[in-house]
Design a protein around this ligand. Sequence first.
Ligand SMILES: C[S@@+](CC[C@H](N)C(=O)[O-])C[C@H]1O[C@@H](n2cnc3c(N)ncnc32)[C@H](O)[C@@H]1O
Length: 414
Amino acid sequence: MKRETPAKRSPANLAARIVARTNRERPADHELKETLHNLRDLAPGDARWISRAVFAYFRWREWLDAKRTLESRLDQAMGFADTYARTPDRFPDDDLIGGVVPEWVSTVMDVTKDWARTLQGEPKPWLRARPGKGAELLEKLGGLEVATPGVLPDSILYKGRDDLFRTAEFHAGEFEIQDAGSQAVGICCAPKPAQKWWDMCAGEGGKTLHLADLLKNKGLVFGTDRAAWRLEQLRTRALRAKLSNWQCVRWEEGQPAPGIGAFEGVLLDAPCSGLGTWGRNPHARWTALPTDVAELAVVQRRLLGIAAAAVKPGGRLVYAVCTLTRAETTELCDAFDKEHPEFAPDPVPDPFGVSPASARHFFWPRQTKGNGMFVAVWKRSKTVAPAAPTIAPLPAVEPASGAVPEAPAEPAAT
Ligand SMILES: C[S@@+](CC[C@H](N)C(=O)[O-])C[C@H]1O[C@@H](n2cnc3c(N)ncnc32)[C@H](O)[C@@H]1O
């Protein structure tokens, strides 16, 4: 695409053009990234304003005056964002709950006042420092706040205004930008050094790198994904982090699994409807469809069956999704429990220290100060044999394009 001259267009006009171009196939975060990349000469303050305005527009969309121009609605949205940041109580719960997400959402999960409230705040980026290096990183970068001590080790909430991707520490591999909810998944996996793990939907490697770090650069994390371009990102990140206990290979359902009963641990960070990322990625609230939930639950169930077969007797199976719908969380796990007597729920501590140990955790955005996540953990018995399948094979369903959030908006967060 041709580079533009920023002087020709005001930030409000650029933001309006981005909003106007978005749709289910062209999510706002991608449109924004591409536009800002093509306008590299833009003043940092203007680029920040455009990002905030585009996300504020989709966050406050239902409150905006449809009679105004798009540029004027963007200004109005920024006004709501600033007022909400300063005085959230000016927006009563009942008012918020009616406008933050489409009505169909209440048929697939409980839309609570608390969730509605957290969805309207502007999320901050989380960093994951290399193991034990959080304090050092705090010294080097300004504007950081450590997470509650003792909870989520190495996690830091960034409150500064710098572009973290441009810092020397980022290029030296001293930290990853990774949402706290995603970090909690790695902690629930709790891999032990020298173990071999399969990260089945590794994507760009957020959790692969975390597992590799938790394995103390020993053992192996075998990352697979169907998207080759995502695995390229994983390779770049792993090299930057100077990790050597990983491999990655393109793999998708339908191909032979990399090992039957071969892994001490398998993580399925499954493609999902992404409702847990709607705080960071408000555009997705208005493009997701209720049919995504049911279709993705079918895919998740098939992938979980493949993941289960790859776990060694005595090994662990971890299922994670950045969504909060019943079909993709508890209902899916209940069905798995019935079909797989060789797996027993394996309670793990809540990394946020809020709930008692459990084999299933919902991490709500209130806790994570980021994305909502669901995690379930099982242990494979050394003695119980897998049950013969009693259900008819499930139909193949391809998730509709755009249903799987590519990269969470407002600094990457996987
Ligand atoms: C939630 S994302 C993974 C995020 C990643 N684990 C991380 O932490 O950065 C889900 C991934 O599943 C992959 N995927 C979707 N369907 C798949 C399939 N049938 N087989 C393999 N991978 C699939 C997508 O390409 C996507 O990268």
